[in-house]
Design a protein around this ligand. Sequence first.
Ligand SMILES: [Fe+2]
Length: 511
Amino acid sequence: MKERNVIVNELFNRDILVDPEVVDYIIENGGTLYLEEFIKKFGHLGYIAKEDVLSDTSNIDRANPGVMSAPENTGGKEVDHNGKILNKEHTKPPNKVENMDSSLELEKSKKVRVIGSSTPKWDFKVIMDASKNMCASGSADDFTKLFLDRYRRISAMIARKVMMKGATSIDRMREGEVKIVGMIMDIRTTQKGKIIFELEDPTGRIKCLYSGKEILLKDEVIGVIGTYRRGKDIVYVNEIVKPDVAWSRKNRKIKEEIGVAIISDVHVGSKTFLDRKWKKFLEWLKGNEDGARSIEYLIIAGDLVDGIGVYPNQEEELEILDIFEQYEALAEYLKEIPDRIKAIMIPGNHDIVRVAEPQPAIPESIQKMFDSHSEFLSNPSVFSIHGYKFLTYHGASLNNLVELIPGMDYTNTGKMMEYMLRVRHLSPVYGEKVPVVPLPRDFLVIEDTPDVLVTGHVHTFSYDIYKGIHLINASTWQEQTKYQKMMNFNPDPAKVAILWLNRDEVQVKRF
Ligand SMILES: [Fe+2]
């Protein structure tokens, strides 16, 4: 499809009408690669006249789509349209948090609670919760929209990079050096170790050949710098550009001593639930050993209960056979934790909501069982605690990545979490072991650089750091199941990661 038609269709689908000159303006500034930026900037107008864009072109560098000339206070560095210094490999970590996607800034709740004369104050904000955006008919058109949304948002991140200056769409490539951004369709490695893949953008497809070393997965959105040979209809790739994340904020420590305890996969209701260790953990929260009295938040990254019918013959391994009673039991446990602690919970594949991602928060009828100091969000979700931005995802895609990325196993989960950040997607490969709901927005795209990425699901524990971002694959409270025994898999249960916001350090405690 011609780029102009792609742009017009997309604007129409978003209920945006424009003058024909505005389409020219979009094409001049990078076409489909600039479209997402354009919609963010002008979409709220509904009808966009040429005067609207022409009156706002003072600092756009037309030779460099999506990039503006640097204002004086950036020290000459290039910035994007928000005034944010662009990410370069050797750029120092930014001191300020990145702007969040305004369309998703929900600020669902910022609760402040005072107990007696000594605080504690909860500073908790929801930034992204997919629970309210769950309508899809499952048609082919819905899947197209999902993939287009993924492409648009990740390609905009890539197009902003300095090395992608002059990027073009596939249908506008000319013989010689080209820069394009696309989604990887088919991919294979030749006997000589070269990678052949097909790259697709909204205007077309092109075969690419890469002789270097790089891990590339189907459905990833990447930038390609190479040489286009029209006769062979192929791009010989010199460089692959991944979106990657910016350095996390350096000066994010807070003054007050506040700890965030992070766990996952409680699996209440299972015969293999580690009841004794769990109670020891709850008792520890009530005391002050290791400064436990300063813990004011508890994150549980899914699989709150063991569920019913999740796998064949599960009932043989269940202590509590009714899923509502499983949640009631968890609610009773959590009532024991001190009132100063806010519990934040997302669902996992064992919970009562649908398995396909994104998963909504558990239903309100179940939420009512819990104390008012509980928060229920979608899987995945983004929230901030005293300014620390947490991206929390149960982690089903780890089952895909462990098989698709060479050299991975469940003892190096941090490497897979790092991969998610590098490709800016929590579940980079569509499908496989992860069912997906085809919503018009891809909620698994990593929109902003988090301070902390939390996963669970695989019942191991790991803690790593990537570009200043804490990567915590949280531990379980279930001992080895029969299935795991058969698979010769040994879980690493009953560990709690505590992130101290005043020290920006993670402490690990085993129970
Ligand atoms: Fe689990």
